[in-house]
Design a protein around this ligand. Structure first.
Ligand SMILES: *[C@@H]1O[C@H](CO)[C@@H](O)[C@H](O)[C@H]1NC(C)=O
Ligand SMILES: *[C@@H]1O[C@H](CO)[C@@H](O)[C@H](O)[C@H]1NC(C)=O
Ligand SMILES: *[C@@H]1O[C@H](CO)[C@@H](O)[C@H](O)[C@H]1NC(C)=O
Ligand SMILES: *[C@@H]1O[C@H](CO)[C@@H](O)[C@H](O)[C@H]1NC(C)=O
Ligand SMILES: *[C@@H]1O[C@H](CO)[C@@H](O)[C@H](O)[C@H]1NC(C)=O
Ligand SMILES: *[C@@H]1O[C@H](CO)[C@@H](O)[C@H](O)[C@H]1NC(C)=O
Ligand SMILES: *[C@@H]1O[C@H](CO)[C@@H](O)[C@H](O)[C@H]1NC(C)=O
Ligand SMILES: CC(=O)N[C@H]1CO[C@H](CO)[C@@H](O)[C@@H]1O
Length: 388
């Protein structure tokens, strides 16, 4: 009897919390289109002229992908997006945005090459580089499997570099398939600026990608306080001494954020939400700070990187190092009064980068000029000084 009673209390507690969470979510996902007073659908990209690519049933059911691909031949033209197997969320969004903009400009279909991964077993743990685009509101109709999907005889892709794309240096009258070459990163909004609104709508995390029970506590705290996301990235940056991020960056950035919030936003009680792939490390680093400011360590328990990303986007303000994951969280953040503090690139990085000089010069130039948004506060990761 008592047990049944307790279970009932538990169920009603859970469903009440779930309702509150769902309420937050629905308010938030409509936020942008309500703001623009325009909730109509996006103008879709053209459909392919040949082949059928319907394999929606693959997502979530763990069917081996081979079973669902048909042996079809594509008709040019089209833009082909091949997700590099080593890219994380941030870089997948960068190359998608860039390919989307190219397809849109040409009014061509966009094909996405499906990676050889079993989607059912994705964990989205830190440093696992998994296909993630289906976790967003990105339409995935034109999926292909290169190798299974054929090009017509004599057809191939026109490979484009970052520079080609930015300067539109490709053959504009070409009717060939176009594809980013493997070194293209498209790490700037300049590649898709004219479709900014589309990108914002396509890059919403789908509600069904989230475990609402798991994230409901931080979600509530983040939406009800003057929240500042703090991204502490260790993971692949600790592989090698020369990659270790100077911890003084976060310290300086937190102080600066407090000062800027007070001065520019009249805010006295920010709450810092730490997102990290190494909670033990972050807790140790922020030990003293936690006594002065309010700190919440979000990345604890069985969270996924998609959930962390979703929550980071909802924080009112953000502090982040040179990570593309948090670059997107800063850009997709819808708070009109957000403050963003980030780190300049480490000049050391370009010294160890072994690549030809031309590409290196291009990246140096791009990171120094259009990688960061103008309105962001960029500080030197070592001295903490402002970079202008
Ligand atoms: C809403 O967006 C659609 C598609 O982007 C556009 O065609 C339409 O003119 C917009 N309507 C308003 C009222 O802005
Ligand atoms: C797709 O093409 C395959 C092979 O031609 C065919 O067997 C299948 O019925 C088609 N599916 C749809 C949904 O049109
Ligand atoms: C796909 O179709 C082409 C043309 O019909 C055929 O030559 C090829 O062997 C097929 N490939 C597979 C893997 O079935
Ligand atoms: C550009 O593409 C068109 C159409 O495919 C082709 O006829 C032309 O020769 C190409 N120009 C160059 C410079 O490659
Ligand atoms: C969602 O998260 C809760 C709390 O961590 C966990 O008990 C539950 O199993 C999760 N659900 C799914 C479907 O993973
Ligand atoms: C990003 O940060 C890491 C850690 O400090 C650094 O080693 C790397 O050089 C940085 N990358 C760039 C492009 O500045
Ligand atoms: C994480 O998940 C595992 C297995 O599902 C469970 O045993 C563990 O208690 C969970 N940890 C937290 C902090 O929720
Ligand atoms: C993806 C992610 O951030 N996962 C974190 C979840 O929480 C554990 C425990 O704190 C972290 O180790 C993971 O990095």
């Amino acid at each position: 009897m008592l047990a049944v009673f307790l279970i009932l209390i538990k169920i009603s507690y859970l469903s009440k919390n779930l309702k509150t969470t769902t309420h937050y979510l629905s308010t938030l996902s409509n936020f942008e289109c309500m703001e623009q007073q325009n909730c109509s659908q996006l103008e879709p990209l053209p459909s392919p002229k040949s082949g059928n690519f319907t394999f929606k049933d693959i997502f979530g059911w763990g069917l081996p992908f081979q079973k669902t691909f048909y042996n079809t031949t594509l008709s040019p033209p089209g833009v082909i997006l091949e997700i590099n197997s080593v890219s994380g969320i941030g870089n997948q969004l960068f190359v998608y945005a860039c390919s989307y903009a190219l397809a849109k400009r040409k009014n061509w279909p966009l094909y996405i090459h499906f990676p050889k991964q079993n989607l059912a077993f994705r964990q989205f743990q830190p440093n696992q580089r998994e296909f993630v685009l289906d976790k967003f509101t990105i339409p995935l109709d034109n999926i292909i499997q290169l190798g299974v999907t054929q090009f017509p005889p004599g057809q191939s892709q026109l490979w484009l570099s970052d520079e080609d794309l930015l300067e539109r240096k490709y053959n504009k009258t070409s009717n060939q398939f176009m594809q980013l070459d493997y070194s293209s990163c498209c790490q700037s909004e300049l590649y898709w600026k004219e479709y900014e609104q589309d990108i914002h709508r396509l890059f919403q995390v789908r509600t069904d990608s989230l475990n609402l029970t798991r994230i409901q506590k931080p979600l509530k705290e983040i939406t009800s306080t003057e929240s500042v996301a703090v991204h502490v990235r260790r993971g692949d940056f600790v592989r090698d001494e020369s990659y270790t991020f100077p911890t003084q960056f976060h310290m300086k950035a937190v102080h600066l954020m407090v000062e800027m919030l007070r001065r520019e936003r009249n805010v006295e009680n920010p709450v810092f939400f730490v997102f990290t792939d190494d909670t033990t490390y972050a807790k140790r680093k922020f030990k003293e700070f936690s006594k002065i400011y309010q700190f919440v360590f979000v990345s604890e328990g069985n969270n996924t990187s998609v959930e962390d990303f979703f929550l980071m986007c909802l924080c009112k303000h953000i502090i982040f190092p040179n990570s593309t994951f948090s670059w997107w969280a800063a850009v997709l953040n819808k708070n009109k009064k957000k403050l963003v503090i980030t780190s300049a690139f480490n000049p050391q990085y370009f010294k160890i980068w072994n690549s030809n000089n031309k590409a290196k010069e291009f990246y140096k130039m791009s990171y120094g000029t259009f990688y960061h948004r103008k309105e962001w506060t960029v500080i030197d990761p070592f001295s903490g000084g402002l970079v202008t």
